[in-house]
Write a protein that binds this ligand. Structure first.
Ligand code: ATP
Length: 234
């Protein structure tokens, strides 16, 4: 069953239209990658689902119910958490305080608490009292993922977690996804690295200029198709 569906999703920044009728869905327990060049609309899609952009009240469904008018904090309470582009930690707060902020919106118990996050990313336990600003980019990204998990989401939306990070660090962060997935959560990742996206995802959406240009399982998509859908050329 689809947990999240968008039907003809449009999005605007003032007069500028960034999405033109995006149809996508995320099933329970599924990992979905959204790929596409800079400016394709990937972040706008996640921001629309998570409530950071609000101009499509009818076009976004969660478990069959319209959530497109809910404010962002209410979307978290429904079970959809976002790891935003740029990590956005609170610089003056420690690692642990940043993680604890993620408990907002948590419903009841659940799997994810500080201990589970520290098991997932052991380096964060060592740095638990360090301020956000004292961390490397990769460690900050781990905090951003951990903070989102602290709300015990059913859907984790990740905007370009590998941006600007060294390959060895990207590997550490990506190693967390199968473990998160094993808890039953659905994951949506935005990724510019096509190889990385194809490795981790059950299904892929490719976007260009505000539209979905290709979708399918990694095994069903040829390099040529992806290239055409990504760049608009053969
Ligand atoms: P990137 O990898 O650069 O984040 P993206 O695929 O995530 O690319 P979006 O960030 O969703 O793309 O941007 C889609 C379009 O919307 C782009 O043309 C971008 O310039 C525009 N856009 C994004 N944010 C804003 C904003 N706050 N105000 C105006 N236009 C915006």
């Amino acid at each position: 069953m689809a947990l999240i569906e968008t039907h003809g999703l449009t999005a605007f920044y003032g007069d500028f239209q960034a999405l033109f009728g995006v149809d996508m869905h995320v099933d329970e327990g599924e990992t979905v990658a959204v790929i596409g060049a800079n400016g394709a609309g990937k972040s706008t899609l996640l921001r629309s689902i998570s409530g950071l952009i609000r101009n499509a009240p009818e076009q976004i469904l969660y478990e069959g119910k319209k959530i497109g008018a809910l404010p962002a904090p209410d979307v978290v309470c429904q079970g959809i958490a976002m790891v935003p582009e740029g990590r956005r930690l609170f610089p003056s707060l420690s690692v642990e305080e940043n993680l604890l902020i993620g408990r907002y919106g948590r419903s009841g118990g659940g799997l994810w608490g500080l201990d589970a996050i520290y098991d997932l990313f052991p380096v964060l336990k060592e740095r638990r009292n360090s301020p956000g600003t004292a961390l490397s980019g990769g460690q900050q990204q781990m905090v951003a993922v951990g903070r989102a998990l602290m709300s015990n989401p059913r859907v984790l939306l990740c905007d370009e977690v590998s941006l600007g990070l060294a390959p060895v660090i990207i590997k550490d962060i990506y190693a967390a996804f199968p473990k998160i997935r094993a808890t039953g959560a659905s994951i949506v990742i935005i990724e510019q690295d096509i190889g990385q996206a194809l490795k981790v995802a059950d299904r892929v959406y490719c976007m260009m200029e505000g539209r979905v240009t290709l979708t399918g399982t990694p095994a069903s998509l040829s390099r040529d198709d992806i290239h055409a859908a990504y760049f608009g050329v053969h």
